[in-house]
Design a protein around this ligand. Structure first.
Ligand code: THU
Length: 137
């Protein structure tokens, strides 16, 4: 089995590289993301803003939606990178979208450009969450 620590490093590198394509002319806040899916493919994403600000989509959601649209069913890890002092946390909407597809062990790696990292599970980032199980109760 390939070492998970190494895989997470690769994910952070891919997110950092992808971040260069962020389209953030309004906020100037560029974000990159990379998702490791259950098919062992990596899908990247960037934030894509719009002159109609509310149509902006975050980097994490682009990466997750790319994975799912290519046939992935679950997500094993996600990395998020921005030029922040502390590792950048995913927004609430992205946490909810990650939760929908995350495996139980899914690692969420928050990072900055200097290589500072924080790793959490989706349960830690989004406790007492709304899932399909609630709909079926
Ligand atoms: N952004 C992300 O891409 N991911 C997040 O989790 C937080 C926010 C983007 C959206 C917007 O383009 C910019 O960062 C400032 O909010």
């Amino acid at each position: 089995m390939v070492n998970m620590k190494r895989i997470l490093e690769i994910l952070v590198d891919k997110a950092k590289e992808a971040r260069k394509n962020a389209y953030a002319p309004y906020s100037k806040f560029k974000v990159g993301a990379a998702v490791l899916a259950d098919n062992n493919e990596i899908y990247t994403g960037v934030n894509v803003e719009n002159a109609s600000y509310g149509l902006t989509i975050c980097a994490e959601r682009v990466a997750v939606f790319k994975a799912v649209s290519e046939g992935a069913k679950q997500i094993k890890a996600v990395a998020i990178v921005a030029d922040t002092d502390a590792p950048v946390p995913p927004c609430g909407a992205c946490r909810q979208v990650i939760l929908e597809f995350a495996t139980k062990e899914c690692k969420i790696v928050m990072a900055n450009l200097q290589g500072k990292k924080m790793i959490k599970t989706i349960d830690e980032l989004l406790p007492y969450s709304f899932t399909s199980e609630v709909l079926n109760e």
